[in-house]
Ligand binder design. Sequence first.
Ligand code: ARG
Length: 587
Amino acid sequence: MASVTSLSDNVQQHLASALSATLPEAAGADPLLRRSDRADFQANGILALAKKAKANPRELATQVVSQVVTGDVIKDVEVSGPGFLNITIADKAITGNLAARYADETGRLGVPYAEQPGTTVIDYAQPNVAKEMHVGHLRSAVIGDSVVQLLEFTGENVVRRHHIGDWGTQFGMLIQYLDEHPHELDHKDARVTGEEAMSNLDRLYKAARKKFDSDEEFKTRARRRVVDLQAGDEHTLAMWQRFVDESKIYFFSVFEKLDMEIRDADIVGESGYNDMLAETCRLLEESGVAVRSEGALCVFFDDIKGPDGNPVPLIVQKSDGGYGYAATDLSAIRDRVFNLKANTLLYVVDARQALHFRMVFETARRAGWLNDDVTAVQLAFGTVLGKDGKPFKTREGETVRLVDLLDEAIDRASAVVREKAQDLSEEEIAERGAQVGIGAVKYADLSTSANRDYKFDLDQMVSLNGDTSVYLQYAYARIQSILRKAGEVSPAAHPELALADAERALGLHLDSFAETVREAATEYAPHKLAAYLYQVASLYTSFYDKCPVLRAETPAQVENRLFLCDVTARTLHQGMALLGIRTPEKL
Ligand code: ARG
């Protein structure tokens, strides 16, 4: 009810009916409508249709034009070039459509829900227990969170799964060490910070590692611990749980810094599938999908070979009976498909794990767990690079701690905010600094397509000029300040007013928010939304340069321009929210 048909969908429908009236066999054909510099929209679809019908494209185009109903929406349509259609929209329709979006009391700006929403299980934000988080975990969290927002906005039922690394042989060593030094994870205080939790874990990890590497007897005890853990020994499990709990304190502190909601109930780590592993193997072996090879349970693929030309199998169970990463992921697929009833499984994981997922998905397809109706996709992301274009490392060649990076981004952003701040208190500067700094990090990640590598360059990220979140946040805050300055005068649409070019360009772009969101959601491509928002801010800037708002010629024009400002602000606000980025009212 509150959903608004966009001008482009509206024109599309007009053209489609004109087309089928002219050429009945063209019913359902796509007129290929785009935004254009020459007119408001251009349709190129007639060329291909004419070719198929063996007709002259210009003549066909002229016939179609005579069938197009002009008036309230389409002001003018003409043939151009070899048979394109140039379409001009009535000013009234632009303002009218935006007014309908503005009136949407749900705050969705008239964006419709998907017609047939499904269930997507999304696997993202999956750090590893007892380990520091790094930039790769940042990417999974930031991209995943935005895709969750986008999908939920279109009405998709989204189930989040944080597949944390909480299982494996390394726990034998850690648990054994903790058992021998029982106070290593004790806290002085009831309130433990994430920082403290991580430094406890780090200290313990290093000490355990050292002992493991230098003390053969400890090594033996640690290995025995792995067996106890897998056998479900109560005391061993309780100690393992302490590592998980301590790590969660740390994870949650990082996610909070990232201004991201991660729910405990959605954390289902590798250990969560332990009970399914044996059955997964049995099903694969009985169906012949997996075979025993040198004692290990393997799946082979014709097209996956190692450097020596020999096939590289997916190992589901090792020859010593142990289960690894693949068995867990295959079990997780069964859980997500059969228990969570997913139609789509989405994995926001580093591109370097692409081969693993290719093999896992293919195995699941052979087993019949995935098929045409239930699909799995890896939303693979590229590597974060340093300024030198090499994978991001500290000067000492170590992986950079994510927390340090985030703190630095917040510091830089606070400096920018402080410099520009006019009437902000210290407390406000700190709050905005965090929103701007975290926004900058998220935006830099989301504004390039996920599969590409990108350079982590804080100077560029917090720059006020260019394609940054700060630029967008300032555009939003500037609009809020204009709306405040307008005082008694409220924004109001006046569809009867003629629009200036800059107003039309802004208005037409604002109207296409719904299409952008639809596309970004179906393609899992937040960068398309980011590019759209940057364009909103740029078009707004030229509108603001050319069209006085509070000093416009007539009171109606002042109201109408304030209205354009407000629709711009709401679009920026909603769009940024879908990227997980805040838009402070004042900057
Ligand atoms: N914990 C893994 C890592 O840090 C990512 C897990 C990805 N998800 C999955 N279902 N395998 O690399």
